[in-house]
Design a protein around this ligand. Sequence first.
Ligand SMILES: NC(=O)c1ccc[n+]([C@@H]2O[C@H](COP(=O)([O-])OP(=O)(O)OC[C@H]3O[C@@H](n4cnc5c(N)ncnc54)[C@H](OP(=O)(O)O)[C@@H]3O)[C@@H](O)[C@H]2O)c1
Length: 307
Amino acid sequence: MHWNVADLPDQSGRTIVITGPTLGGLGHFTALELARRGARVVLAGRNPTKVEETVAAIRVEVPGASLEALHLDLASLASVRTAAANAAQIGPIDVLVNNAGVMGTAYSRTADGLELQMATNHFGPFLLTGLLLPQLVQSADGRVVSVSSMFHHVAGKSPLGDPREQTGRYNKWRVYAQTKLANLHLTAELDRRMREADLPVRALAAHPGFAGTHLAANGQYGRSRGGVASILDATVKVISQPAAAGAWPSLMAATEDLPGNTFVGPSGLQQMMGTPRIVGRSKLARDEAAAKKLWEISEATVDLQYP
Ligand SMILES: NC(=O)c1ccc[n+]([C@@H]2O[C@H](COP(=O)([O-])OP(=O)(O)OC[C@H]3O[C@@H](n4cnc5c(N)ncnc54)[C@H](OP(=O)(O)O)[C@@H]3O)[C@@H](O)[C@H]2O)c1
């Protein structure tokens, strides 16, 4: 099945929360296309100025867009809890797109004692998903889309150790890969739990292939503009597909009638670019016992059990 952005159905009446909506990234283009089709889009970002930049850019293309901002720092469990409390006024949520992420950051720990990549890419989204679950259920056909990566293939193993302990040398690329494997474990286990509890929520995953966003520059330099960061950002844009195309798998996963636990990625060479289709995943990502174990570790880590 090949999907095209022109296939995106009318989204009027649907409320979609997207994390990480910074201008030029996948979240921005995911929000833009959904707003174009009439969705009410909630842009959940950690930097209010950046979120306003994206709101302004979308309004240029879609003057009547229904856009709201939500402050959210996924690297802080307290911030996630505050954001979820503020999100209560949104009402039923049709789709939560867990898009925000960091890649290849130097070793650091958050105020919660968690390694930064695991905190941002997995534990924050795990907590956010659990806290927004009642609103996803209220929509009667809720969906959680996790943005993973082809990097999950090089994770080596699932991240099942004590998340507050560093054992061995920190390999920033290996840890990033493990966070993207964690996105697939979350998808599989969330979807399984939803069916077991007979709740009307599906979990799906998407990956963008290789898309020209700010991910590499942000990870290496903590910014996407200025000096070497601008050079790396520009280089990535030259050798990758446009960020707008990178958002297509997320859009397909968010809107197409697909079974739970479907993984969507580009159909081109090595899944690096092109129109989206359903794709496979690594053997590790199909390990149901690892997904269950990571879920239990995550519940203990963020101090929330769900469903
Ligand atoms: N681009 C690719 O080729 C590629 C490939 C595979 C997977 N992905 C995945 O795609 C997703 C989107 O990344 P992107 O490529 O669009 O990169 P991006 O342009 O760097 O966007 C990442 C977004 O995440 C936000 N973010 C980072 N840390 C956060 C935090 N602590 N709390 C809240 N938001 C935070 C960033 O906000 P700030 O602007 O404030 O930093 C930004 O909005 C990520 O999950 C990434 O792993 C991308």
